[in-house]
Design a binder for this molecule. Structure first.
Ligand SMILES: [Cu+2]
Length: 132
């Protein structure tokens, strides 16, 4: 014997509340906290000719575990943050790589593209700002 129509409807309503309310609360918190606290920062690499790093300046707090999801948008790029021993290697066109490190020192640190991506490759630089 299957459930009656009313019972199925009641079950659907209960499920919607059980799943929907936590999802709504979670997305609200994610919006309010922003990308820095939720732990992942989305970073887009483009050739300098097409805008360079976006954002070109990343601000985090000292002690924070920083997770960068890097998209190589137009051609193959790399990502290098030498002061924290981070080297993502080649990131193929249209793909992403995730790197993670702990920002254990305060200061301003340059990050670079590590793959010869274009004539202005050497100018593809950004800055990581670690606030004390
Ligand atoms: Cu490059």
């Amino acid at each position: 014997m299957g459930m009656k129509r009313a019972e199925r409807l009641a079950l659907a309503v209960v499920l919607a509340i059980l799943v929907g309310v936590p999802a709504a609360v979670f997305s609200y918190q994610a919006l309010r906290n922003g990308p820095a606290s939720s732990g992942e920062i989305f970073l887009v690499a483009r050739t300098v000719e097409h805008g360079g790093w976006s954002p070109a300046r990343i601000v985090v707090k000292q002690g924070q575990t920083v997770r960068l999801r890097i998209l190589a948008e137009d051609v193959t790029h790399g990502f290098q943050l030498l002061h924290f021993g981070v080297n993502a290697g080649a990131i193929k066109t249209g793909s992403t790589k995730v790197v993670e490190f702990t920002a254990d020192r305060a200061g301003e640190f340059p990050f670079y593209c590590s793959v010869r991506c274009s004539p202005l490759h050497m100018a593809l630089m950004g800055t990581l700002v670690v606030e004390p």
